[in-house]
Structures are given as C-alpha cells and as structure tokens.
Design a protein around this ligand. Structure first.
Ligand code: LR7
Ligand code: MN
Length: 578
C-alpha cells in the first residue's frame, strides 16, 4: 500500500515543511503539470495475508500501526491534524472561501491520501473480523459545484480504506455544476486511474440532491447502496460494519458516526457516539444525547431519524420503500421522509458506532436552491409534503409552530399516500410511542398559548434552531395568535414544554429568578408547575409559595404567590387539538 504524492520543499515563515502537490487537477491550465500519480493497494487483499488463514477467509480491519503510510508525518493535515493557512495562503484562502464555504486553499495543500487516525473505540477494534460473504455496494456520490481536492480526497479515502471486492462500483453524478472545468475532463481522467469501477454521470439540468440520488440508484447494480456526500473522508473499517448490519437484516438503514472536518482547517474532530437523531416541532433534524451509553459501545444504536447524507441500504429495499419522494426539491426533509417511512413501514434505522465517516461541515450553504424562491420556501414546501404523508394528526402541531408550512403548497402527494397504503405502514403515533420522543405530546392536557389577564403570552423567543435556544429566557410578549414561539404544551405531570425544552426558574440564581427554557428532565421538580384552577396561578412545585409571574412588560420571573396580582393569572388558549 504505497501512496505517492509529488512534493516540493518550501521554507516559509522560517518553518520547514514539505508541501504535497495534493490537488492534481487544481485548474485546467496547470492540470498536466500538477497531475499526481497515486498508487493504490487493496489493504484487505488476500494476497497480502501470507499463510494467515483468518485473513484468507475474512476481511480484517487493520490496526493503526499496520496501516502503511508513506506521507511524511509533518505534511499538512496528516493524521487529521489542523492545517491553518500560513500567511502566504491567506489571500487565496479568503478569495476562494465562498466557492464552497469551506477553505479550499487549505484542502488543496493536504495530501489526497493523508493518513487518518483509527478512532474506533476498544470494543469496536475487538470486532475487526468480517466474513468475505458480505454484500457488495454501489457507492453513490452526487455533487453540485463540489471543490476539486475535497471530491478527490473523498474518492481516495474510499479506495484506500475499503476492500475493493466490496465496491461494486462508484457512481459520481454531477448535478449540473457551473463553471468548474476540473469536474469535466480532468475528473474523468482521474477516475480512470482508480482501481475500482467508477463512472461519472452528469445532469444537463439541475435536479437537486434527491432526484439525482434516485437517478443514480436506478443506474446502480450493486447489492446495496452507499450514499455519501461529496466532501468526506471515510475512516478505517467504515464500510464493513455497515454492510454486516444489512446482511443481518435487509430492511435496515445503517448510518456511520459522522465525524467533523472543520471548514477552516480540515481538522478531524471525533463525532459523538452516544447520540441519536430526532427532530423538532419545526421539523428540523437534530441530535439528542442518549443518557447512560458508554463510550465503548460497539452495538448499533436504533435511531428515530437520520442526518440523511451518509447511509447504506439494501438496493432492492430502497426500491421497495419507494426510494425518495421526488416532489422534494433540491434537499431538505428527505431524511425525515426516509426515516419515518422506514420505521413506520417495518424497517429499522441504526447508527453503527464503529463506522466512522468524517464530513466537512460547511460554514453555510454556498449554492442557490431554486431561481424563483428562497431556500426556506423550498425547504418548507418539502416539509409540507412529509407532514401531509406521514405525520397524521401530529401535522397540526407542526403547522401551529411553523405556520409557513401550513400556508405553503407542497404539491400533489397522492402517489406518496398510495405508497404508504401499499406498504401497509403503521401510524405516526406508533412511531412516537416506540421511541417515547419526549418533545411530542403523550401525556399532554393542552397545546397552545399561555397568557396573562393582560394579554401577554409566554414566548420562547427562540429562532428556527431550538438547539441554540437552550437555557434562554422566556419572555412575555403581546399575544399574536399565530402560533410559532407562543405554542406551549402543558403535560399531566405539570411540565410546560416548548419542544423538548421546559420552563424552569434559572437555577443559577438564588433570588429574583428569571424563567428559562432548559432540557426537560423528569427528575426536576423545579420544572413542575401546578395550575390552581381557583386563582389561575401556576405554582412551582419545588419553590414552595412561588409563582410564575410577569414583571414589568415582558420579564417572566418567579415571584411570591399573591392572588391579587393580575400578572400571576394565567389562562390556557387551546390552539392545537390532538
Ligand atoms: O442541488 C444540489 N445538488 C447536489 O448534488 C444541492 C446539493 N447537492 C449535493 C452536495 O454537493 C452534497 O454532496 O448534496 C450533498 C449535500 O449538500 P451539502 O453538503 O451542501 O449539505 P449538508 O452537508 O448540510 O447536507 C445534509 O443535509 C441535507 C439536507 O437534508 C442532506 O440530507 C445531506 O445529505 C446532508 N448531509 C449529511 O447528512 C452529512 C452529514 C451532515 C449532517 C448532519
Ligand atoms: Mn455536506
């Protein structure tokens, strides 16, 4: 396994380092001069085993020390280290950042075949032997305006860290990239040097990620499909764990841990391995912590939803599930569609904590969606389709919290409703039940706005991303009756929810406590508010004699209960019936 990058000595800022010419086809004019010959070896190849029977019969994930790597360890980014642009790169780095919303100048200096650490936990390392009869896979990578070196590094990492016999093919689909010459001829020439079958397809017109994936899946002929983003680096052993889960149960969607490559330094940061995917009342995907899971867990984690970009699935099962809803434009919501569909129609989704794929998290989205509407409108229309088809009565809650989703027309969904019938899927309620998703109503008495007698409503004040709203103050705002951040849920255990956050007197204050939203916790009586029907007060169960109170215009605080105060008289205005 010999990896050769041409390199040049440089001596900048008094610091000695050898700079690999890692992006072979950086620009059309320099393509030939810069072209790099990478030599590939299948590290899982039987011929390397010698007499070792275990290795003859199985794929053995190599130990870190056994991974031969010829790059000098002080090259930029080796072993996933951070590479911040030195002075002479700053100009290029700044000028080109917006092309991809990650630092392509930095990426260009990092070897395409940089070494990466083996970040699997000990129990995962103990499970490093896989039978040769795993199903093979078609790796599908769709991209729009992808950076050159990030795309090539994705490919090189795959070739260097995957048994070639399991790669039935790699399908690259260029979703109508604009003005990126390196994605044409030069990319075609590069893939011809790869030792695994790789094809490059192109959309004449932009289709978006979702329809493009469907198109690629229809071309694919492998036993399984492996979807990847176009700026990732797969890590040691990654695919084997995923395929083994599909072999055990073909109705599985199997996701790797998504590790982070930083957009400014391409540094590898370990992704959490004790989380699963959920989603908010605004239909935004997010991660939640699983309490009590050990860092050494090597068992697949059932997850209600997935991030969507990286997963393996049996090819025919993907078809049976109706692939994706192609009414979903560009992307957004498709990961929830796939998640709900899979669970509700008899499948399962797991995250395998031993499989690691690192993904470049951009600073923001660098490309436009559709010409005629904003990104948000497109995404909300996508959400509307998912809500209409899969959410049953729970869509009312989604509509209340994001009235735009209710208002916008997502188009005809009849064929997707047909699909749901045909697959004989269970209810959304069953799906919620299975996972006991705490932010969704189970034991609720009420969903709607909560107001004082002077028409001030509790307002969560959080932006579209609730995860940024942790420990933020709630406020009392003029009631607007438009739902959104004034929708709360009052449970039979006396908690007042906004999504999975609960109202609680700020625990960091000893007196004059303001009221914040913090993660709901069954064990915290501080979050329990008993409603007194007679006096209309909300009494805190932990702080005896203290009530929810509006001070001044908008400050929501904990104050001594006083039946004479109108600012302590609360009423519930039911806005969502479930
Ligand atoms: O029109 C388009 N055509 C495309 O081919 C727009 C995008 N794309 C490609 C693009 O080149 C990239 O390969 O689609 C892929 C995803 O787009 P990104 O990388 O700009 O967005 P992202 O990384 O935020 O994407 C995440 O969210 C999307 C919306 O739901 C999709 O589900 C992506 O697959 C998803 N990526 C991941 O899950 C990787 C881990 C990130 C997280 C969480
Ligand atoms: Mn991405």
């Amino acid at each position: 396994h010999v990896l050769i990058g041409f390199c040049s000595e440089s001596d900048q800022e008094g610091e000695h380092y050898r700079q690999p010419r890692s992006a072979p086809i950086r620009s059309p004019s320099s393509s030939d001069k810069n072209s790099v010959k990478l030599k590939f070896t299948d590290i899982y190849n039987k011929d390397l085993c010698g007499k070792d029977q275990d290795c003859q019969d199985n794929f053995i994930v190599p130990e870190e020390s056994a991974i031969i790597n010829s790059n000098p360890p002080n090259w930029p980014g080796e072993m996933g280290s951070a590479y911040l642009p030195p002075d002479h790169l700053l100009e290029e780095s700044k000028a080109r950042f917006a092309e991809n919303m990650f630092d392509i100048a930095v990426s260009d200096r990092i070897a395409l075949d940089r070494a990466m650490p083996d970040i699997r936990n000990e129990n995962c390392k103990a499970h490093s032997k896989f039978n040769h009869n795993l199903p093979n896979t078609s790796i599908i990578i769709v991209f729009h305006n992808e950076g050159n070196s990030t795309l090539l590094r994705t490919l090189v990492s795959i070739v260097n860290r995957t048994p070639w016999r399991l790669i039935h093919e790699i399908i690259l689909l260029d979703d109508a990239s604009v003005d990126r010459e390196y994605l044409n001829e030069p990319l075609q020439r590069f893939i011809e040097t790869l030792p695994v079958r790789t094809i490059l397809l192109k959309n004449e017109k932009r289709l978006g990620l979702i329809s493009s994936r469907v198109k690629a899946a229809k071309v694919a002929t492998g036993e399984t499909l492996m979807f990847l983003d176009s700026h990732v680096e797969v890590l040691n052993g990654w695919l084997l764990y995923l395929l083994e889960e599909i072999q055990k149960d073909r109705t599985s969607i199997v996701c790797p841990i998504i590790d982070v490559l930083t957009y400014d330094a391409f540094q590898l940061l370990h992704g959490a391995t004790d989380i699963f995917g959920t989603f908010s009342w605004k239909m935004i995907f997010r991660w939640s912590k699983i309490p009590g899971l050990t860092a050494n867990n090597a068992q697949p984690i059932s997850t209600p939803t997935m991030a969507g970009g990286l997963y393996a699935i049996d090819r025919l099962y993907f078809e049976e599930l109706g692939m994706y809803d192609e009414g979903i434009k560009i992307w957004g919501g498709e990961n929830l569609e796939m998640s709900f569909k899979c669970w509700m129609c008899g499948g399962r989704i797991v995250i395998h904590p031993c499989s690691h794929v690192a993904h470049v998290f951009r600073k923001e989205t660098p490309y436009k969606f559709l010409e005629h509407e904003s990104i948000f409108v497109t995404i909300f229309k996508n959400y509307k389709r998912v809500a209409l088809v899969w959410l049953d009565e729970y869509k009312e809650l989604i509509y209340a919290v994001n009235p735009d989703i209710k208002r916008l027309d997502g188009g005809d969904v009849s064929s997707r409703i047909e699909l749901r019938k045909k697959l004989n899927c269970s209810s959304f309620r069953d799906f919620l039940d299975r996972f006991q998703l705490k932010n969704f109503p189970f034991n609720h008495r009420f969903i709607g706005s909560i107001s004082t007698s002077s028409r001030r409503c509790l307002d969560s004040m959080t932006g579209p991303d609730i995860s940024k709203g942790l420990n933020t103050q709630v406020s009392a705002q003029a009631c607007h009756a438009e739902g959104g951040n004034q929708i709360f849920l009052y449970t039979t255990s006396n908690k007042i929810h906004f999504d999975e956050l609960c109202l609680e007197p700020n625990p960091e204050k000893a007196s004059n406590q303001d009221i914040i939203l913090t993660l709901c916790n069954d064990e915290r009586n501080q979050q329990n508010w008993e409603y007194d029907q007679q006096t209309s007060q909300l009494k805190n169960e932990f702080y005896q004699g203290q009530c929810l109170h509006v001070s001044g215009n908008s400050d929501v605080v904990l104050a001594r209960c006083d039946t004479n105060k109108p600012s302590q008289k609360w009423s519930f205005n039911q806005e969502v019936q479930l």
